[in-house]
Ligand binder design. Structure first.
Ligand code: ATP
Ligand code: MG
Length: 367
């Protein structure tokens, strides 16, 4: 049985539709991430599940029980917010103990449970300090400890790492994953950072304008975007305007530049149909003339940028030399790699299986 189930859940604020008829099932123990741009409805969805706001229509089930009218503190959830919301005048011990005190837990149990979660977040020595005596990352861990101390069945987190710098954020991502694995708890996690979502999640829900655009495992979303929004939001992409010439086991298209390209089989391959075709930069090979690819086009290097472990090449393939007109190619930066200078003529190659056919509007039925 699903741990969280949403049934046609909607929330309107006057004319604004913050969430529109969302159906969803989150399995027990799953790390589920809500990903989407600002204003797409992520916080709204989390707050509806937590009971902080009431739905306009639809229902919320937790562990099979309809909780649509149950108050937040009776839903068995732990919540972690972006701003930690620790109480400044209380010690760390009392901050973490708070949810247990509210539940009138006996003192010896409080002591044992606070000790347990302090160990779990690897900060056993800070119990007597005040929040201001901890770093941002440590405070974030305390907020997490407070959310898990009374063993909720689900933890909801709204951009919990938003305030931390990149390095600390990455450390905390691993920390959260470890705790998730150790406790086997169901997590619903909000972020607008696609890398964070790809790193952490069992499944991702991609939201835009209050609707689920696409849902699935990180690899599935990355390798099978169902429309322009998904393709654009997750990862980098080279996008070309094209017209379908023929369909079948592969799709043959003619691009606006007059190139004939071979793409994957597609549900939208009626001859004459206007589409976009997309290939990710890391799937395009540059200058390997000894390899054979389904697609090969000529171009001239505009610029190459070394980004540590990867090199990014911008190539003029006849559309122009502006960054958004260039084909972007990414390759691993290896010692001994011969550098490619601006102005050099190159061949770009990629396979049909790496080229997606996408509709100009709307979504493909999920494969
Ligand atoms: N209390 C409110 N009154 C009116 N409109 C609201 C209210 N709360 C949210 N909205 C609107 O609902 C939509 C969804 O908001 P929500 O806070 O869920 O977005 P979000 O995905 O969490 O964005 P962010 O990444 O910026 O936090 C937005 O258009 C927002 O302006
Ligand atoms: Mg939000």
């Amino acid at each position: 049985m699903a741990m969280v189930r949403l049934d046609k859940l909607s929330k309107n604020y006057g004319d604004v539709v913050a969430l529109e008829e969302v159906d969803l099932e989150v399995e027990e123990g799953e790390f589920m991430t809500l990903l989407g741009p600002s204003g797409s409805g992520k916080t709204t969805m989390l707050n509806l599940i937590a009971g902080m706001i009431a739905p306009t229509s639809g229902r919320v089930f937790i562990d099979g029980r309809d909780v649509s009218t149950v108050p937040p503190n009776k839903r068995g959830l732990g919540m972690v917010f972006q701003n930690y919301a620790l109480m400044p005048h209380m010690t760390i011990f009392e901050n973490i103990a708070f949810p247990l005190r509210v539940r009138k837990t006996a003192n010896d149990v409080v002591k044992r449970e606070v000790g347990r979660v302090l160990d779990l977040i690897q900060l056993p020595h800070v119990a007597d300090r005040k929040p201001r005596e901890l770093s941002g990352g440590q405070q974030q861990r305390i907020a997490l400890a407070r959310a898990i101390v009374y063993n909720p069945s689900i933890i909801l987190m709204d951009e919990p790492l938003g305030a931390l710098d990149k390095k600390l954020r990455e450390t905390m991502q691993l920390e959260l994953k470890r705790i998730h694995t150790e406790l086997g708890i169901t997590m619903l996690y909000v972020t607008h950072d696609q890398e964070e979502a790809l790193t952490m999640s069992d499944r991702i829900i991609l939201l835009s304008d209050g609707q689920i655009e696409q849902m699935g495992e990180p690899d599935h979303l990355y390798f099978n975007p169902n429309g322009l929004f998904s393709a654009d939001f997750l990862g980098d992409s080279n996008m070309l305007d094209a017209t379908v010439e023929s369909g079948g086991e592969t799709t043959s298209v003619r691009t606006a530049e007059g190139l004939t390209l071979i793409a994957k089989a597609s549900a939208i391959s009626e001859p004459g149909r206007s589409v976009k075709v997309m290939v990710r930069p890391e799937n395009v090979s540059i200058r390997r003339s000894d390899e054979s690819f389904d697609n090969a086009i000529q171009g001239k290097v505009i610029d190459s940028i070394i980004l540590g472990g990867v090199v990014k090449h911008y190539v003029d393939m006849g559309r122009g030399t502006a960054e958004e007109e260039a084909m972007v190619v990414e390759e691993l930066n290896r010692p001994g790699r011969t550098s490619i200078r601006p102005g050099v003529e190159v061949t770009l190659g990629w396979n049909a299986s790496d080229m997606h056919v996408l509709p100009l509007e709307g979504r493909l039925p999920d494969a």
